[in-house]
Design a protein around this ligand. Sequence first.
Ligand SMILES: Nc1ncnc2c1ncn2[C@@H]1O[C@H](COP(=O)(O)OP(=O)(O)OC[C@H]2O[C@@H]([n+]3cccc(C(=O)O)c3)[C@H](O)[C@@H]2O)[C@@H](O)[C@H]1O
Ligand SMILES: Nc1ncnc2c1ncn2[C@@H]1O[C@H](COP(=O)(O)OP(=O)(O)OP(=O)(O)O)[C@@H](O)[C@H]1O
Length: 247
Amino acid sequence: MNAGKVCDQLVRWLEANLQRSGAEGLAVGLSGGIDSAVAAALAQRAAPGRTLGVLMPCHSNLEDQADAERVARHVGIPHVVVDLSPVYDILARALQPTLPAEADPGRLQLARANVKPRLRMLTLYHAANVRGYLVVGTGNRSELYTGYYTKYGDGGVDLLPLGDLVKGEVRELARYLELPEAIIQRTPSAGLWEGQSDEGEMGITYAELDRYLLEGAAAPELLARIEALHRVSRHKRELPPIPRVAR
Ligand SMILES: Nc1ncnc2c1ncn2[C@@H]1O[C@H](COP(=O)(O)OP(=O)(O)OC[C@H]2O[C@@H]([n+]3cccc(C(=O)O)c3)[C@H](O)[C@@H]2O)[C@@H](O)[C@H]1O
Ligand SMILES: Nc1ncnc2c1ncn2[C@@H]1O[C@H](COP(=O)(O)OP(=O)(O)OP(=O)(O)O)[C@@H](O)[C@H]1O
């Protein structure tokens, strides 16, 4: 991949989409991870002085927040911090009546974890609405293909500038953009629970997934796993089905 060429294309793509929309700027959620750092750096180039970073810790560790602040400084964008921890706690209590009598522990953990990206989506849209900005998503091709994101959570965005790049290409772009090496080297994690890692949860490494997406090469078991993830997450990449009514 020619990182310089890709960078220019993506900046121009963001500029064009911003202009077409009539919106005034771009808002990006900054987690301290590589995807949001790259998305923010591209947004800042496309809309200098009109890009906002939004930090939304939710029982997150202080290191992540420090990394996110570092990204905002490095990229040169203003940022706001919205601590979602208290609202998450209140919501977790308020949601008790939605629980079945005997909730499956695995499902309960995931349902609770998905509240965090959904609160972030709500917060980002509020920040965007009050400024006339668009919400820039950070999903990459590897995550989109496998559905590794929360529907209407981090999947609820206006633009996906990284959507055609596999995770390894996002890393190449991060190096081209001269983002801090510590951010580039972080273990990819959605940070939804202690010890969670993307690769651990998916049961596939990004190297394997990227190779499959770029070259179509994968061992049969791996191919079956990736295609199963793709199949069951199809609904996330489409609008909700609408019945055709016969009158
Ligand atoms: N066939 C179908 N047709 C229509 N809708 C369907 C459906 N199957 C499920 N659904 C709906 O979708 C829901 C399940 O989807 P969803 O709510 O997203 O939940 P789900 O895919 O189960 O969980 C989200 C996954 O994304 C990961 N994640 C989240 C956030 C960020 C990142 C990251 O690294 O960036 C990763 C997270 O760790 C977890 O593995 C179901 O409860 C149901 O409402
Ligand atoms: N604490 C946070 N503050 C602000 N935004 C966040 C936060 N956590 C997640 N996000 C947003 O949600 C997106 C998905 O983040 P997540 O941490 O789940 O995994 P990711 O896809 O590896 O992204 P990244 O590499 O940017 O961390 C992030 O890129 C970011 O835009």
